[in-house]
Design a protein around this ligand. Structure first.
Ligand code: ADP
Ligand code: MG
Length: 714
């Protein structure tokens, strides 16, 4: 975008989408335009290979970045990073630096660009900081472009302690991408690919969310404090008519989506698809995929903008995995593949048999990786919010399985039965005819219940929660697949008969791991029993799942490839469990307050009204019926008593959870497990009572907007 166009754009005059797109991003074309040629070259080298920038180059880049940002209205800069909370953090510094005469200049040096020292002490470290060093520093990640958000130049950075211990979600992701690239290239070389210099993983995250009216939102302490409704009787209409999915988008929502797209496009986010989802008031946004690291940063930005843009439209955007009981929850579909720097998608089945063989080898690696490291994938999707989806009666389940579709499964079955074998790099039918397995695209997308589904030229991991960072899931996928590729490469580099060995590996992998392949309906009642027979794990809750992070084979995987150290894995385990404990603690406290100060008083007030009415009627004449008043008042009293009992029980359980002794990880695990059972049980009982009261108490007395209000009034 040229300066003139920019001025017009900033004046609010309409500009075309191509002009607007990426206008707030310090992307390649801006770099080429603003940087001297030699500096640009050096920077590109750094972006591609990770080589260190020298001071002179860094200073030149920083100056160009600052001038560009100031032109766009920036007054501040920030190192933008992703601590283990899973959300982003920023600390704004203005560009001003004092000079003589009480004046200032706008300053931004190479050093300020490359490294920052935010006070790290308030970010969760899971005990790492106690063992190591209190301070932390941020380091520029040049592989993700800087951008201007409001009045601030944001520089994507990694976040570490002074001793080098990783304190963020970006660093391990970047490491896992490097590891995968190395191992995938080994395989590609064996297939004769001499041209590719790197392999990136690519991700397109589909983001689900709910929109509710801000005014109604503000009247619900549970939404305000926890992001979900803790009470709420089932509305007469839910999603049973299936009239919302892909339905006509309401004007208010449409205006929101248009505004959102514009904000995303300005930040260079390839927002492509917007549609209504299954539940009323539920929607989805999907971008065109990009490199995992960039996709991760952009998804964090997308979640931030969803909330900000909604507020402008008088709406509240709910990213919570289960804002409404009894209504579909929100997930994030992590579409994942691998591609060479020359653009070859390694999960594209291709037309040539030779390529099919390469494809089948990568496919086998993924199947083996997902089977062996299924617990880690489960860990990566375990949060308090997501327990309402994965652990409950909603697809996908907590059991990690792989969906391949009929065609791919048939090919692997035929190979394993010896009906197809590999010869001279071709797949040969037992009739000696070369087969070109037809792998029609879009043949595989019918199963919507599998947590990990092959969808034509990529895998879709559907177990992630809508509010989660996609970083951990992709770190796990990348590292696990890299490990298996390394195992395959070790064998293949030694073999005399390459194609025969590839065939052997594919068959062996399928025979060993066919138990993880499940093409049926994962939602079906019979699946958990069948999965148990197959030896697949089913960790229904976060406290059950997370401790497996530190299982020996998982620690071995991540440490072997230098993605995380043992202490870093332990600290992450603690952070995740502590987060679960805190979230449940806040939810429980909110429930107690709502019950004690709003719900029980409303019930008491209405039953008093009923009793008074009955007395008045009786005084007037014994012939007037008071059945409704008396029956209802009796029911309200009875349910109120139950609710009150459960309030006391929940308070008791919370007290007990706080009494669990010890500072170490074991105590954290114990506390989380206790909360997952005893505390959650009491919360569920309270909810049942309160929801019954909602159906008995006059709407006029009920203190909160109902599900019908929230779901159908946008
Ligand atoms: P669905 O049918 O599940 O709604 P779409 O076909 O719209 O999905 O695509 C979902 C996502 O998959 C999009 O973000 C798309 O960009 C992404 N995607 C497509 N190809 C790849 C790939 N090779 N790697 C990663 N993501 C991809
Ligand atoms: Mg999808």
């Amino acid at each position: 975008m040229g300066n003139m166009e920019l001025a017009r754009y900033l004046n609010g005059e309409k500009s075309s989408i191509p002009e607007m797109f990426g206008s707030m991003v310090f992307n390649d074309s801006v770099m080429r335009e603003k940087l001297p040629k030699d500096i640009y070259k050096e920077l590109k080298k750094t972006i591609k290979t990770g080589a260190k920038l020298n001071t002179e180059v860094a200073n030149a880049v920083a100056t160009a970045m600052k001038d560009w940002a100031i032109d766009l209205g920036a007054t501040h800069f920030t190192h933008w990073f992703q601590p283990m909370t899973g959300i982003t953090a920023e600390k704004h510094d203005s560009f001003i630096a004092p000079i003589d005469d009480g004046k200032v200049i706008m300053e931004f040096s190479g050093k300020m660009l490359i490294q920052g020292e935010p006070d790290a002490s308030s970010f969760p470290s899971g005990g790492l900081r106690a063992t190591f060093e209190a301070r932390g520093y941020t380091a520029w990640d040049p592989t993700s472009p800087a951008f201007v958000k409001e009045d601030t130049l944001c520089i994507p950075t990694a976040f570490c302690s002074y001793g080098g211990e990783v304190l963020d979600k970006k660093t391990p992701l970047l490491r896992s991408m490097q590891v995968l690239s190395t191992q995938a290239l080994r395989i590609l070389r064996l297939f004769g690919n001499k041209d590719a210099v790197s392999v990136s993983t690519t991700v397109g995250p589909e983001q689900e969310y709910f929109l509710v009216d801000q005014e109604l939102f503000d009247q619900r302490p549970d939404l305000l404090l926890t992001g979900r409704t803790l009470f709420g009787a089932k509305p007469p209409k839910g999603q049973e008519l299936e009239d919302h999915y892909f339905g006509v988008i309401k004007p208010r929502v449409k205006a929101f989506m248009a505004d959102l797209d514009e904000e995303l496009w300005k930040l260079g986010i390839l927002s492509k698809t917007e549609h209504n989802e299954v539940a009323p008031a539920q929607h989805e946004m999907a971008p065109i995929f990009s490199t995992t690291n960039v996709a991760c940063d952009q998804n964090q930005l997308t979640m931030e903008l969803l909330k900000k843009v909604a507020a402008r439209h008088g709406l509240a955007c709910l990213l919570h995995e289960k804002p409404f009981a009894g209504v579909n929850g929100s997930g994030k579909h992590n579409n994942w593949s691998m591609a060479t720097d020359l653009g070859e998608n390694l999960l594209e089945p291709g037309k040539k048999p030779q390529e099919n063989l390469q494809f089948l080898l990568f496919l086998s690696a993924i199947i083996r990786a997902v089977h062996i490291y299924s617990d880690l994938l489960r860990v990566s999707s375990a949060t308090a919010g997501n327990d309402h989806r994965l652990g409950a009666n909603e697809a996908p389940p907590a059991i990690v399985s792989v969906f391949l579709g009929d065609e791919l499964t048939a090919i692997l079955e035929a190979l394993s039965a010896g009906k197809i074998h590999v010869d001279h790099g071709q797949l040969i039918l037992d009739t000696s005819v070369a087969v070109l397995p037809p792998l029609p695209k879009d043949n595989t997308d019918r199963n919507r219940t599998s947590p990990f589904a092959f969808t034509g030229n990529k895998f879709e991991f559907r177990a992630m929660g809508s509010a989660q960072s996609i970083s951990c899931t992709n770190m796990v996928l990348n590292t696990a697949v890299a490990e298996i590729l390394a195992q395959f490469a070790d064998r293949l580099e030694k073999t005399a008969d390459f194609t025969a060995e590839v065939g052997k590996i594919i068959v062996e992998a399928y025979n060993e791991h066919r138990n993880v392949v499940f093409n049926g309906n994962s939602y079906d009642e019979s699946w958990p029993a069948e999965a148990a027979r197959r030896g697949l794990n089913n960790y229904r809750t976060t406290p059950e799942a997370i401790p497996h992070y530190t299982d020996p084979q998982n620690v071995a995987l991540l440490t072997k490839h230098g993605v995380l150290t043992g202490p870093e894995i332990e600290s992450r385990t603690a952070v995740l469990l502590e987060n679960y404990i805190k979230v449940l603690g806040i939810e429980a406290q909110t429930m107690l307050t709502m019950a004690k100060t709003d719900i029980l008083p409303a019930a008491a007030a209405y039953s008093e009204t009923l009793v008074r009415t009955a007395l008045k009627k009786k005084a007037l004449s014994a012939a007037i019926s008071t059945v409704y008043e008396e029956d209802t008042a009796a029911k309200i009293s009875q349910v109120s008593e139950c609710l009150y009992g459960n309030v006391n029980a929940l308070e008791q359980a919370l007290l007990e959870s706080r009494g669990i002794e010890g500072e170490d990880l074991k105590a954290v695990v114990k506390t989380a497990k206790f909360i997952g059972e005893a505390v959650v049980e009491k919360m569920n009982l309270m909810r049942e009572n309160a929801d019954t009261l909602e159906t008995l108490v006059s709407a006029e007395y009920w203190p909160y907007p109902t599900y019908s209000d929230l779901l159908f009034r946008v």
